[in-house]
Design a protein around this ligand. Sequence first.
Ligand SMILES: [Zn+2]
Length: 309
Amino acid sequence: MTFANRLAATAAALTLVAGLGLGAAPAQAAPVTAPAMPATALPGTALPAQVPASSAVVSTARKPAPRIPRNPRKADVLVNRNYPLVPKGFTPRLVRVPGTSFRLQAPAATAYRTMVAAARKDGVRIRLTSAYRSYATQRSLMTSYTRAYGSRYARSVVAPAGTSEHQTGLAVDVGAPRSWMARHAATYGFILRYPKGQERVTGYRYEPWHYRYLGPAAAKRYTASKARTLEAYYRATSRPAAPKAAASKQATRRTTANVNLRRGAGTSHRIITTVRRGSTVRLTGQRSGVWNQVRYGSRTGWMSSRYLR
Ligand SMILES: [Zn+2]
């Protein structure tokens, strides 16, 4: 194969991956400047049930973190490399999108169907090319790309399993014509998720076909906010925080009560262990509302910041 052919083949591979809505990673992350916080209700802010409320300590020393929705059963969830699905193998409740072989969460499927019907009235035919993809599907894509191109290249073009929006059942890839979608999708609750020029914020190259269901009200707020990306809207990043920064801070906290360490941010998540009052835990830097991801011994899990000092 000539060099030109190799280039063409690589480009074709990229197009294929892009068509699957996997996106490609930029060389490095850029700081995210953000508009005002959205008024979004958050999951997982309830008190852990086993700790009396009187033992709660509210920290006033640190600025409150932006409230980033992490519940993949809700349409406002943020999912990217820095905010993986919790648990990573999360499977939503799915329904088949009528007239296709694809599946979505029910509200997204209904909205999609309404949108397609509206487009048809305008003489526009929207075609679904991808929707829900499982953790296993995403993982096997990563495996086949690693085999074909090596792990470094594979990681640069394929979203790691557990971090793809498609696994939420809230994302769609649509065929042409995209101009109608750009103009009307938000009315039906869908936003363009990886816009042009925002590669360093989203972590993905421009994907004019990838739309994410947020719900009509949230999509309207999002549009009104003038945020270019969901990351900017939530004041979140798409790239993992530099481990160096977390380590250099030596961010540790003491538990002010016996606190449950959970698999995810919220009391609905399974308890890994109960950490005794007065124990030291290390913050990983990931937060979701009042929930912090922490390391305790060899374990990593989530606990409410109400019981950390
Ligand atoms: Zn996609």
